[in-house]
Design a binder for this molecule. Structure first.
Ligand code: 3H9
Length: 647
């Protein structure tokens, strides 16, 4: 079967692209569309053309798998021009997503119609490139520069209704897209056609507009190159004729396609798509997940309950007494109310989220739950007692999960009946926002349980990564190495503020010390103290010295830095210098770039040890952990990719 086929509905031809999974514009699709224009132009019976896609979506863009190879004709910009120049008007009928090159093809058509629920967008910047087939030049001709800048530099798609209001599509239908598109095409033939998009005028904004946008885009890009280059292309589209702006865009696209940032972002793109479906679980059916319990309504438990509700799963929240339960429900409500304030949820949706939560202190309410996630205090005795109660209350096949971040899940599972249904599910705070989910099987965990953990990750729109058992699993183990290495630099006399600045320059939102001040130094301190009490040899850290002096971070008015009351701006601290004076060498200088390279190399070295011990299956999993759990800059590809550990 050809990937592009033509059928006839009277005087309207229907061109169908069928190139699973997402109708990407492979060479065969481009050629098929090219030939379709020729044959339909030559067919006197045909007066208009409707372009549709089979399967789950309209064209999702250029074929990303072709990006590493030399471009092959017909090239996409030529194809878009050819569709626009066709003698019969083309109508793009969009369902699912019209993204990147897919939306560019749609803009080459004389009309764009969409079904409700569809979205359109130009996500190229998230792959480290700019639109390469007129996206930056045609979009402002349809929607103006304000909307075009937002669409192109953020890479975020917009839903059909918004696209209609912006002028990106001409009509939106509730259902039966193809029939409506055919009717739309027939009706269009009775009227004067609008001009092709490329010849529509643009209204150039004044230069102040570009200065303002440049500042905003640079801030949001945090070191990524493509959004700023995309902005330059848009400016060119405002100030130069169509052909000149198009040539500039094409050149920028080709330059960036071969860049390190684009290669890193492609690596992340494919790693993210591979992670939720690990090869070793192929063919293993997950168990159904229709209802869940969460034990513990603290920050973590409430966040987990929220993410489950966001996925439509009914939740039973259990706490040890009514007071704690009340607090837990209040935390949960605050999460949804915050989402309403930020415009992420409507009031009605927030109410529906809360209506799906049963709050109780009675474990018997879990008798029919498919899954229960424990998120109580990190104390082995407390956790074991929870699992004893769960074993008595739940169905013998209910999945039982612990959200522990530091304890050994094997010890938590000890003595549990049917341990094959036990698993570690390590969420990251805030659990309803952070996408990383570490999945930690114990030796008894069955493949079915493991597959269900991954299925849960997919339902919750998380990035699930399997981790073996070691202290801190993948993420917190690397975090520990990173912090230890950063402290080692401080001991050598490198200024704390220089280390933080180096990591910010590298692309992290915060450096290691300011991040500790924000989160609190005491959590890791208590863990170290616990290990020391258990007889482990844990050397004193500089953080220990600060905590013992009462400096636990922002919440105590100071940690690695001082903070003026009510101000979160870190100020270098004379008190810290005094406290640590004996332990640190005289001031030394190190280039910021060298600091960042050193610390990332340390993270990668720990990652390599994690691979050697088979704690992680592949380097790309470690990159995903760092990007989605710890804010490592996506455009660097993760610490493994950035240091040449590929695979
Ligand atoms: C571009 O268009 C440049 C142009 O401006 C200029 C060119 C000259 N290519 O995400 P899913 C695969 S740049 C190849 O799980 P969903 C994906 O790897 C492109 N393959 O599905 C996976 O494979 P597998 C701009 C692709 O339903 C499978 O499809 N476009 C591509 O959750 C399913 O993917 C984008 O950046 C591709 N373009 O979401 C859009 N896209 O099954 C990227 C996907 O073997 N795509 N695959 O693991 C998406 O955002 C989502 O795939 C989409 C569907 C929303 C469409």
């Amino acid at each position: 079967m050809s990937v592009v086929s033509i059928t006839r509905e009277g005087e309207v031809a229907v061109v169908t692209i069928d190139n699973p999974p997402v109708n990407a514009l492979s060479q065969a699709v481009r050629q098929g569309l090219w030939d379709a224009v020729s044959s339909l132009d030559a067919d006197p019976q045909v007066r208009a053309v409707v372009l549709v896609c089979a399967g789950r979506t309209f064209i999702a863009g250029a074929d990303v798998t072709e990006f590493g190879k030399p471009p092959q004709a017909p090239h996409l910009p030529d194809l878009v021009d050819r569709i626009e120049g066709a003698q019969k008007p083309w109508v793009a009928a969009i369902h699912g997503s019209a993204l990147g090159g897919g939306f560019e093809v749609a803009m080459g058509c004389r009309f764009r119609v969409a079904v409700e629920g569809a979205s359109v967008g130009l996500p190229e910047v998230s792959l480290g490139i700019v639109p390469g087939a007129s996206g930056t030049v045609r979009t402002p001709r349809l929607a103006g520069f304000e909307a075009a800048v937002e669409l192109v530099t953020s890479g975020k798609p917009v839903k059909a209704a918004k696209a209609l209001s912006l002028g990106l599509v001409d009509a939106v239908f509730a259902d039966d897209l193809q029939a409506h598109a055919l009717a739309y095409a027939r009706d269009a033939l009775t009227r004067d056609l609008p001009p092709p998009v490329s010849v529509r005028p643009v209204t150039a904004p004044d230069p102040g507009f570009w200065d303002e946008k440049r500042k905003a885009v640079a801030k949001a890009a945090k070191g990524a190159e493509a959004p700023l280059r995309a902005l330059d292309c848009l400016r060119k589209a405002a100030e130069a004729p169509f052909a000149e702006a198009l040539a500039h865009e094409r050149q920028t696209f080709l330059d960036l396609r071969g860049s390190d940032q684009a290669a890193a972002l492609r690596h992340v793109f494919f790693a993210e798509r591979a992670a939720p479906r690990p090869a070793h679980l192929k063919g293993v059916d997950p168990l159904p997940l229709r209802s869940a319990g969460v034990i513990g309504g603290g920050t973590m438990g409430a966040g987990i309950a929220a993410t489950l509700r966001d996925a439509g799963i009914p939740v039973t929240l259990i706490e040890r007494d009514d007071e704690a339960l009340k607090r837990g429900m209040a935390t949960l409500r605050a999460i949804f109310e915050g989402a309403v304030k930020r415009g992420k949820l409507t009031e009605a949706q927030a109410q529906d989220r809360m209506a799906g939560v049963t709050a109780t202190t009675d474990y018997a309410a879990l008798s029919d739950a498919d899954l229960v996630i424990e998120a109580v205090f990190e104390e082995i005795g407390v956790k074991r007692a929870v699992f004893d109660q769960l074993a008595a209350a739940c169905r013998p096949d209910a999945l039982l999960a612990t959200n522990t971040s530091y304890l050994d899940p094997r010890l938590i599972a000890e003595g549990l009946q049917n341990p094959e249904r036990f698993i570690g599910l390590h969420f990251f705070s805030p659990a309803n926002v952070m996408r990383l989910l570490e999945i930690v099987p114990v030796p008894e965990t069955s493949d079915r349980t493991l597959a269900t953990g991954f299925a849960l990750g997919r339902m919750l729109n998380k990035i699930p990564v399997q981790s073996g058992i070691c202290e801190g699993f993948i993420g917190n183990r690397i975090l520990k190495r990173y912090r230890t290495s950063a402290e080692a630099l401080v001991r050598k006399g490198i200024a704390i503020a220089d280390i933080d600045a180096a990591m910010r320059d590298y692309g992290l939102a915060m450096g290691p010390f300011e991040a500790q001040d924000l989160g609190g130094l005491d959590i890791a301190y208590l863990q170290r103290e616990g290990a020391r009490a258990a007889g482990q040899d844990v050397p004193e850290t500089l953080g220990d010295v600060l905590v013992r002096a009462g400096r636990k971070g922002q919440k105590t008015g100071g940690g690695w830095y001082d903070y003026a009351p009510g101000d979160r701006k870190p100020q270098p601290s004379a008190a810290v210098a005094d406290l640590l004076a004996e332990r640190i060498a005289s001031p030394a200088a190190m280039d910021r770039d060298a600091i960042a390279r050193h610390l990332v190399a340390e993270m990668a070295a720990e990652g390599q040890a994690i691979l050697d011990e088979s704690i992680a299956a592949k380097a790309s999993d470690i990159d995903l952990v760092e990007i989605h759990g710890y804010g490592f800059p996506r455009w660097r590809g993760g610490p493994m990719w950035a240091t040449g550990h590929r695979g």
